[in-house]
Design a protein around this ligand. Sequence first.
Ligand SMILES: Cc1ncc(COP(=O)(O)O)c(C=O)c1O
Length: 394
Amino acid sequence: MVRYAKRFEQLTSTDIADLLALIAKPDIISFAGGLPAKELFPVEDLKQAGIAVMDEMGVAACQYGSTDGVLPLREKIAARMKAKNNIDTTAENILITSGSQQGLDFAARVFIDEGDVILVESPTYLGAINAFKACEPKFIEVPTDDDGMIPEELEKILATTENIKMIYVIPDFQNPTGRTWSLERRHAFMKLVNEYEIPVMEDNPYGELRFENENMPALKSLDTKGLVAFLGTFSKIMVPGFRLGWVCADKEMLDRFNTIKQGADLQTASLTQLQADKFMDMYDLDAHVAKIQEVYKHRRDVMLAAMKEYFPEEVKFTYPDGGLFTWVELPDYISSREMAPQCIAKKVAYVPGASFFPNGGKDNCFRMNYSCMPDDKIIEGVKALGEVIKANLK
Ligand SMILES: Cc1ncc(COP(=O)(O)O)c(C=O)c1O
């Protein structure tokens, strides 16, 4: 009999995978995925950038490159992080990864031995939970509210728990809740982190997709002790298929990520790195991001207005200032998992909330994505959901 690694005891296939397979059917209105809107992909411009790369540096695009990644791309990322996140950094502190998902996988391998503790927001990104589980950690969920992680709760846990090796957070337009941490919470969090000296993985795939209100400073921009690693990505501002992300961290920490990357895949593909870099030379990425913001803002407005109209008033949901998701909370006695098949029968899907809690829990919530559906489908889908919810009310 084949014997597989013990880590699979934690890494069972989730029912979310089954759900995603079911909703791949074309007649389902799916609010379950988190895909960027494909009609906004700059396909023609990327094609021209690709042709220019092959004309001007075809050999480099086909050859192995350094593990760190292509230097001009890292320089552009460093400049962008200064402009967008007020993070003072240089190309030396940037490692290109195959999407920020790879950064999450590496973070666990850099910090976690079996049984070590990872603190996460409750709820948190399902893909991070799965990536971390491969290193067999214990998760402790830190309570959150509309302003982010609650510092008093974090402090209690920090003061009473051994072997906390890392804290994973998504302070901007969080997946799954769409919430953004307040300024006060950011400062309070960093004060505690500095006191207890625990490394922080700040995952920020959505920060540039802000529709309104002021940008909040990245935790990394408030980091005075080199404890924060910032994970960035081109997936939501350019295209996800290129698989381009990065880790920005102080040299000592980044060297560890680099060592893990050498073992994992040597480097991220030379061609897509050069192509993304050339795209930014030839075209205006900021103007492209502005287009994405406009479309997503509109879709958010359509979805929230439809929820207001069609959901019964017992149902609560978040008002995200950016990003891709809103988080819906049903009365306690309704299980979003048990309700999902009733919704799929009406050809509409969401992700049941329990999957976003690593230790299990809150089953009365679900995640809705608004980035990749036209207005009429959003309205039709929300209306159908509203009918199912009403039928489940006591
Ligand atoms: C919070 C969060 N982190 C990381 C990722 C992974 O993104 P990518 O690997 O495409 O950069 C996602 C994808 O949706 C996400 O929502």
